[in-house]
Design a protein around this ligand. Structure first.
Ligand code: NAP
Length: 305
């Protein structure tokens, strides 16, 4: 089944939902292809404390639901399918999903980013058996168990703090002795007696038969290896944009982020990008939402020209 759309939004995280809301209110009747993870990465966060309007914080998945409802209230249509191919070489643009082909006059890319892997032995084989990239999803399985968290950014510290609700001990393994995370999270980390730090260290191997049992950790300053016994490892070492589908069709930077100007225009007129697909700096729910809104406003202007 083929359809002709004015605006198709690819992805349903904060950027995609905000684009859908603005496009719907501009009566552009947007179609949103949600992908596999409606709500995006934000929906995997237990509590979001820095999105304005929620002084007590808001659950990540709850915020995603609210975004979706608000966009739908103005007529945005959600289709629970993923993009498999795009053709931006001629207009209308062609989008293939698992189910069908869609022709679109304009496209807003908001397909976000995915966690970076450590790429060490044991990471793939023990995935779901103690290796995780989502504390909100898997933290509960580690009640009164020991877990390790890898990384020194906001995600690592926020998720480590969340894991202290369940785990008996949370060991943060970070490759430096200074943290990238914000001051408030660092303060909370230092105050939490369940959190132990292993600094200047990297994980070389994840070991266990059938489930995670220990980590081979190496101190980058002394070169000394040691074994840390643990029941789980949560990896938060950054994200990589989900832009493989657009390679060769849109200009990207050397790290694979889609190049956009201040109005979210990509290198193809009528194609916009918002959120972590195009943002290597801020990566906040609010900045992604703002980029989505801007992209939709620009798509509306493009369509009326
Ligand atoms: P990030 O800020 O890029 O931090 C990644 C961390 O992983 C860094 O500490 C980095 O070490 C470490 N790392 C990277 N590659 C590694 C490797 N191969 N082995 C070991 N360690 C490695 O990523 P993030 O924490 O996911 O945050 C991404 C963005 O989202 C940031 O802009 C952040 O502010 C934002 N965020 C905000 C909040 C919040 O506001 N509450 C929550 C989550 C995320 P180095 O420090 O040595 O580079």
């Amino acid at each position: 089944m083929e359809s002709n759309e004015k605006v198709v939004v690819l992805g349903a995280g904060p950027a995609g939902y905000s684009a859908a809301l603005y496009a719907a209110r501009a009566e552009l009747n947007p179609l949103v292809l949600t992908g596999l993870q409606p709500g995006g990465q934000a929906a995997l966060t237990h509590t979001i404390e820095n999105y304005p309007g929620f002084p007590e914080g808001v659950g990540g998945s709850e915020l995603g639901d609210l975004f979706q409802k608000q966009a739908e209230r103005f007529g945005a249509r959600m289709e629970y399918d993923s993009v498999t191919a795009v053709d931006f070489s001629k207009k209308p643009f062609k989008i293939n999903t698992y189910a069908r082909e869609i022709m679109a006059e304009s496209v807003i890319i908001a397909t976000g980013a995915s966690p970076v892997k450590l790429n060490v032995p044991g990471e793939d084989t023990l995935l779901g058996k103690g290796v995780s990239y989502c504390a909100t999803c898997d933290g509960w399985f580690f009640k009164e168990k020991r877990v390790a968290v890898v990384g020194g950014g906001d995600s690592a510290l926020e998720e480590a703090l969340f894991l202290t609700r369940y785990a008996s001990e949370v060991t943060i393994i970070h490759r430096r002795d200074a943290f990238r995370a914000g001051a408030l999270l660092q303060k909370r980390m230092h105050e939490n007696t369940k959190i132990k730090l292993v600094l200047d260290s990297v994980v070389k191997e994840i070991r266990g038969s059938g489930k995670v049992e220990s980590l081979l950790v190496s101190n980058v300053k002394t070169g000394q290896d040691s074994v840390l016994e643990t029941d789980g490892i949560f990896i938060f070492i950054g994200h990589t944009p989900n832009n493989d589908l657009y390679k060769g069709q849109l200009e990207m930077d050397e790290r694979g982020f889609i190049k956009v100007d201040s109005k979210m225009h990509t290198s193809v007129a009528g194609v916009y990008a918002a959120g972590e697909a195009a943002d290597s700096d801020f990566k906040q729910v609010i900045t992604s939402a703002g980029m989505g809104a801007a992209a939709a406003i620009e798509a509306g202007r493009f369509l009326s020209e």
